[in-house]
Design a protein around this ligand. Structure first.
Ligand SMILES: Cc1cc2nc3c(=O)[nH]c(=O)nc-3n(C[C@H](O)[C@H](O)[C@H](O)COP(=O)(O)OP(=O)(O)OC[C@H]3O[C@@H](n4cnc5c(N)ncnc54)[C@H](O)[C@@H]3O)c2cc1C
Length: 448
């Protein structure tokens, strides 16, 4: 039997059992079977696939580690998946420049293991072991955003292949540049809809010598949030500032066998230049939190203690999945001004109770970024969607964004115009100019 794939200059896997593995995303949301999977190990492979896709008008979905949460990778059925997980070489580690240059399939934990040998770290930490190409494509951030920023701040340069086959280097591997239009930051966050990222130069940061981690419980959400915002105002050098609600703490206890108070909590990392500075900053954190009636403060000083404390936070999504087996999950991702965080969490909690949903709230509170995880079944899907819709519309009404870090993907498209107004038309013009045949991840961010 012949198919459109016969005679392609690269291998395409069309085995149904393999294609089936590409039909669901991390949240359990389902798409259709793609037509095939092509694996690329470098620029030449990508150019061959993109050239063939252009000639045959076959849409492409570029894939990194597959951990995105907004339906970014779900197929409508006619696409070829361009899988970059095998493009995974660290091309250059330059400690003197505080940079590394990598292929897009390198995962953040692999880069961190290599950088640690030089006392350096790659700080963007979405929890999942995502690929650097995928993280750039979603402009990921995560727990360290409050101190180090997300991918835009940490990728000074990249190489990209555009739909017409042009290969371009965007940005320069320097600390700053005011040169020309910033196409690098246009491609970052474009979710594979404008170009395929084939190489990235990323910033590395020194691993601080003095680190402390704290887990602090509070009687109420309002007090936890107020303490967090006050810490930011006092310029306490926190590198992580995370909020977790009572339901999340209960899920962590059940999943990890821990015995934490099941009340709202902050997870905090603090970085200092000396032991004395770390002591002073820790005392300041404790003072502020006690003023907001903190009723349990646990301090982790050794590497092992700190690792355990952060594993509890990082495994939260797994804990929530374990608590609701046979469910799929909606994850909201709004970011709001600091003064509206307590309001955003309160609104979500009230709505969840009104609608009878078993929600949990957590977030990168240092960035004003609030996630609500909503388990749902086919029966409760309409209620979960109504909940998510009201949470996003509330965030937009108070000056926030529909997506702080996960991206728009398929699921948040309907909010784009409410958030950006006529700027959506400019986005559409850019998409049409760079991808006139609509071949790159069609239907994501903008309608096909
Ligand atoms: C438990 C858990 C916790 C998470 N926590 C966070 C968090 O705290 N912060 C956060 O930001 N995210 C978080 N995420 C979401 C996810 O990890 C990020 O969206 C991540 O950036 C996706 O990277 P990936 O390699 O898995 O990309 P994929 O899921 O494979 O792809 C994501 C998007 O990028 C595109 N893409 C991938 N590679 C390329 C490339 N080389 N060139 C062009 N486009 C490309 C794809 O087409 C797709 O649109 C979490 C996910 C999980 C499962």
């Amino acid at each position: 039997m012949t198919s459109v794939f016969d005679g392609t200059p690269f291998d395409i896997d069309t085995r149904p059992s393999v294609l089936d593995q590409f039909t669901a995303d991390e949240t359990g949301r389902l798409g259709r079977r793609p037509r095939g999977i092509a694996y690329a190990a470098g620029l030449d492979d990508v150019l061959a696939v993109v050239g063939w896709a252009r000639d045959t008008r076959t849409p492409l979905i570029t894939r990194g580690a597959g951990t995105s949460l907004e339906g970014h990778l779900l197929a409508r059925g006619d696409e070829l998946i361009l899988d970059l997980s095998q493009a995974n070489s660290i091309l250059d580690l330059a400690p003197a420049d505080f940079t590394a240059t990598v292929q897009p399939g390198v995962t953040r934990t692999r880069l961190n293991a290599a950088a640690a040998e030089f006392g350096l770290q790659f700080t963007v930490d979405p929890g999942a072991d995502a690929s650097l190409g995928g993280m750039a494509a979603t402009n990921a951030s995560g727990t360290t955003g409050v101190r180090y920023g997300g991918m835009r701040a940490n990728v000074p340069a990249l190489q990209a292949v555009f739909a017409d086959g042009r290969v371009a280097r965007l940005g320069r591997a320097v600390r700053k540049s005011s040169s020309g239009y910033d196409l690098k930051d246009l491609v970052i966050g474009s979710a594979g809809t404008l170009a395929v990222i084939t190489e990235l130069t990323v910033r590395l940061h020194p691993i601080p010598e003095w680190l402390r981690s704290l887990r602090i419980s509070f009687p109420t959400v309002r007090e936890a949030v107020a303490a967090a915002v006050e810490l930011l105002g006092l310029a306490v050098p926190v590198s992580r500032l995370e909020f977790v609600d009572a339901a999340s703490m209960a899920a962590v206890n059940a999943f990890r066998g821990s015995g934490y108070a099941e009340t709202p909590a902050l997870f905090i990392d603090l970085e200092a230049a000396s032991s004395a500075a770390a002591d002073a900053d820790e005392r300041e954190i404790q003072r502020v939190c006690r003023a907001y009636h903190a009723d349990g403060i646990e301090v982790a000083r050794t590497h092992t203690e700190r690792h355990t404390l952060w594993e509890d936070r990082h495994q939260l999504f797994l804990a929530l999945k374990a608590r609701s087996p046979r469910h799929r999950f909606l994850v909201t991702d709004t970011a709001v001004p600091y003064s509206r965080i307590a309001d955003a969490v309160g609104t979500a909690t009230r709505l969840g109770a009104e609608l009878g949903l078993d929600i949990s709230v957590a977030g990168h509170i240092g960035d004003g970024n609030v996630h609500v995880v909503v388990p749902y079944t086919d029966t409760t899907l309409p209620t979960a969607l109504r909940f998510s819709d009201e949470v996003v519309r509330h965030a937009l009404a108070v000056g926030g964004t529909a997506s702080g870090e996960h991206g728009i993907g398929l699921t948040k498209k309907k909010y784009l115009r409410a958030e950006h107004g006529p700027a959506v038309d400019i986005m559409t013009t850019i998409k049409q100019a760079l991808d006139p045949h609509g071949l790159l991840n069609p239907g994501k961010i903008l309608d096909a």
